[in-house]
Design a protein around this ligand. Structure first.
Ligand SMILES: CC(C)(COP(=O)(O)OP(=O)(O)OC[C@H]1O[C@@H](n2cnc3c(N)ncnc32)[C@H](O)[C@@H]1OP(=O)(O)O)[C@@H](O)C(=O)NCCC(=O)NCCS
Length: 279
């Protein structure tokens, strides 16, 4: 505990954000190359780093949207674990998020910790990965999300996230490292999907669709022309349509994880979520 008292918690600089991404990579979470940067754009004050003698030893992100916030990138350097740094930086982020309904997507082994911190399990999710056909696909209903009025995308995303993620989505659509597509039926959004490069292949998220067929068209459109198109999908395990699509594409289940909230779990249609945007 002596070391814990030396821990100095500061807001992360852009150099620190690189370090945070490297920590997530070491944990095998396969983050998108620029995910942390996009989340930080959504809430520039929401990244924290713990230093001992000026050297980073732990980190956490607490990103505020409108009334929902998320905790992510919660990691302590291996040699410094078990000395109270984790809980200290976690509580620092939770204080910052005071008043928000805080969401965490965490490994099931950590769920009891989060439950001790006041979170309640909303749903269990599955991660699937595998290589997807990257051949050309043409569908007249699919277009760049950037060509759709932004408010429509914002509202469609809010249907599945139960919050408006204005700055986050603006960053996600316009980072240049993320491909975002929409499936439009005249002026109505019937699906929305994004893909970004990650350590191993590509992360897909979000991917929302009114039908499994739309989800498949969007997914294949996102994957076309990508070399070595190994993808990762994360969706609620109750979404049997997602499971059927993943199995049709011969993806394999890697692990399960939980989504927990400090407040009420939002009432969203989990059966239309084919992948989340999680860390
Ligand atoms: C999880 C992790 C961040 C915890 O950090 P740590 O510094 O080792 O944890 P601490 O020393 O602060 O833990 C002190 C106590 O608080 C508990 N604790 C830690 N984080 C907590 C949290 N967020 N909420 C409630 N309790 C927590 C610990 O279980 C421990 O309890 P115990 O003494 O009864 O065993 C660290 O083990 C780690 O980096 N793991 C790998 C990355 C990872 O899995 N992150 C979580 C992703 S879901």
């Amino acid at each position: 505990m002596a070391e814990n008292s030396n821990l100095e918690i500061v807001s992360a600089s852009s150099d620190h954000v690189e370090w945070i991404i490297s920590m997530a990579r070491k944990e095998g979470w396969n983050p998108g190359d620029n995910d942390a940067i996009a989340f930080q754009q959504a809430d520039p004050s929401g990244y924290f780093i713990g230093l001992i003698n000026g050297k980073p030893v732990c980190c956490v992100a607490g990103v505020k949207f409108n009334h929902i916030a998320i905790i992510g990138y919660y990691v302590v350097v291996k040699e410094h674990r078990g000395q109270g740094h984790g809980i200290r930086i976690f509580q620092h982020a939770m204080n910052y998020l005071n008043g928000y309904n805080v969401r965490v997507d965490g490994l099931l082994i950590h769920a009891p910790k989060y439950q001790n911190s006041g979170f309640k399990m909303a749903h269990v999710n599955v991660r699937y990965t595998g290589a997807v056909d990257n051949s050309t696909i043409s569908c007249p209903f699919v277009c760049a999300a950037s060509s759709v009025p932004f408010d429509k995308i914002l509202q469609y995303d809010a249907r599945f996230y139960a919050d408006e993620r204005k700055h986050f989505l603006a960053g996600w659509i316009n980072t240049g490292t993320t491909d975002c597509l929409a499936y439009m039926d005249k002026d109505t959004v019937k699906g929305f999907g994004a893909i970004r490069k990650s350590v191993n292949g590509y992360r897909v998220g979000p991917l929302y669709a009114e039908t499994t067929q739309i989800a498949e068209i969007l997914l294949k459109s996102l994957c076309q022309h990508k070399s070595d198109c190994r993808i990762t999908l994360d969706f609620p395990e109750t979404n049997n349509h997602g499971k059927a699509l993943a199995e049709k594409l011969k993806l394999v289940e890697v692990f399960k994880f939980g989504t927990l909230y400090t407040g009420e779990a939002p009432n969203v249609d989990l059966l239309k979520i084919y992948s989340f945007t999680c860390h």
